[in-house]
Every structure is written in structure tokens, then in C-alpha cells.
Design a protein around this ligand. Sequence first.
Ligand code: KG4
Ligand code: ZN
Length: 347
Amino acid sequence: MNRSPENSPLYILGIESSCDETAAAVVADGRLICSNIISSQVELHARYGGVVPEIASRRHLELINLIIEQALAEARLNLSELDAVAVSSGPGLVGALLVGVSTAKALAYAARLPLIAVNHVEAHLYANFLTGAGVRYPLVALIASGGHTTLLLMPEPEQIIALGQTRDDAAGETFDKVARAMGLGYPGGPAIDRLAAAGRPDAVEFPRAYLDEEARFDFSFSGLKSAVINYLHHLRQKKEELPLPDLAASFQEALVRVLVDKTVAAAREHNAACVLLAGGVAANSRLRSLMRAELSQALPAVPLYFPPPALCTDNAAMIAAAAFPLYRQGLFAPLDLNAQAGLPPGR
Ligand code: KG4
Ligand code: ZN
């Protein structure tokens, strides 16, 4: 590689395989998407009502080389023109993660590139760096996805502190399980979001778990999930009917309220200069509108940013973007890097 570092952008190839998306992307300087290829396995898992880990791993293995080739071709770069290879090394399904990690290690070794291990949950927030948003610090980020619900604090660019996370079901998982009980199929979040638009959010009062003072930034959604499922059973037993849009809107309201209240409280407590939303659930229209309304009322000077829906759900551009500050700090991974299913956020 003969490019001079001063005027040439830094190209990072990102690889993502932590759950049911096989993805590769090239991002320049952590901000500019040169390519972003995503192959979703949603249809493969839909018939089982959720992700089947073994099927996910096999599919990743079939697709990953092809997806990486496409990402490089679309970016009009070859391996020797890259500056680093970054991979989601956890958290996630261990078999699925291993496909990405092994592929990234092989590429890094073969092309003599530095390898960067990225935390998948932290990476979600970096989707907001790909949209031209004026991110400022300290920032508070809510990462709500199918596998995680986490509140993160970034006091400054290279520091990430986990403020709280879910104690049981993740927000997206709760959407998916409730949708399944309502017969709406997988993934349930988008289906409930659409249905709720025509429903009354105050039709049924479902429980909202705020937890005690020490756990004020943690989440718990299993009580809400059970309450909605029990409510549905009772309706069916008594052969009563409640319009599904009302049920969807009431459930969504209970879940979204808790996400919004805790995020706004964290932003206030930590004097946030901006608030970021990320993860699949950040695509939810009620979460976006309620967060905007509540934040502008409580902290009018604090802007809210969220990525477009395609960058909310799993993708590899966010992995490459998250790797950029690690590259600048020289935080490279060894070639014996392993996948870590339970990798916690924070550094
Ligand atoms: O971030 P993501 O692609 O995967 C994980 O890292 O887990 O998030 C997928 C999750 C699914 O649970 C899906 O139901 C949820 O995000 N989701 C939504 C919406 N779009 C996707 N949940 C609520 N409303 C939506 N519009
Ligand atoms: Zn994710």
C-alpha cells in the first residue's frame, strides 16, 4: 500500500455475523459508507418463530465470503487497499460469531492487515456516526435490539460506560414474543409498530417496571410480556374480543414509556450533550416520536439522533465505524481472538 496517510482516507472492512444477518461493509474514516452489504436470514427463521442458532451459523458460512467480495467490489477496493479488518466478536450467538471471527482472522493474516475486535452492542451506537449527525459529548445512548437493551454513557470519544441493561428479555425480544402470541409472525417489532398506529395506547394499562433506585437504569420486560400474553389468554377463554391494534398500541406504549423515561433520566443525570438511539427497536415509530417529545420538553437544548431504519438493525457499516477509534488508539486484536457470546459493553 503506497498511499500517504495524510491525505488518504482510512478504509476499514467490517464483518458482522452475530445473529441472523450476514454482513460486510467498507467505511472510510469511520464516517463514510463505501459499501454496506447485508443478507438477512429472516425468511429462513420466520417459520420457527425466532432465530435457530445452528441454521444461522450454517447460513453465515455459506454466504460470508460472497458478501465480503461484494462489499469490496462495491467499494472498488481490493484487500491490499484496506487499512484494517474489523469484526463483531461478541455478544451474540457463539456459533454465528465464530464464522465472522474466523473469516476476519484469515483475511487479516493473509492480507497482513491489523485485526480489530468490535463489541456488537457498542457498535450499534456508531450507526449514528454514519449519518452526518453532530454527535457531542458527553452522550447517552439507548441500544435496544432483539438481543440487548442497554443504556450507555460516553463521557468522551473513546470511553464507554454501561449505565444499565435488561435483567431478562430484551426490548426487541419482547416485541417478538408478544407478536408471536398475537399471531403476527417474526420479526414482531415492525408488525406491532404498524398495527399500533391504528390502535389506542390507553386501551389496556399494562405494567411498567421501573425497578428500584440502584437499578434505575436497568430494564425488565418479562413482567410486561407475561401480562400481555395472560391478557390474550383470558380474552380467548372468555371468547371476548379486543381489537388487535388496541392491544398492540397498549403493549407498545408500556414498553416504549419505560425506555423513554429511563433514557431521559440518564441524559439529565449525566448532563448529556446529545442522546442517541440505536438497535433494531430504534426503528420503532412510537419510540422515536415519544423520545423526541419527552426529551425536548425535559432537556430542550439536547438533540436526539437516530439512524435510518436500515442502519438501526444489524449491519457491518456500524462495525467498521466502531473500529475507527480503536484503530486510532492502536487497539488491535491478536490472531487468536475468540468469539465471546456474553461480551459485556464498556471500556
Ligand atoms: O438490532 P437487531 O437487528 O438485532 C439484534 O442485534 O438483536 O434488532 C432486531 C430486533 C427484532 O427484535 C425486531 O422485532 C426489532 O428489532 N424491531 C423493531 C422494529 N423494527 C425492528 N421493534 C419495534 N419496532 C420496530 N419498528
Ligand atoms: Zn444488533
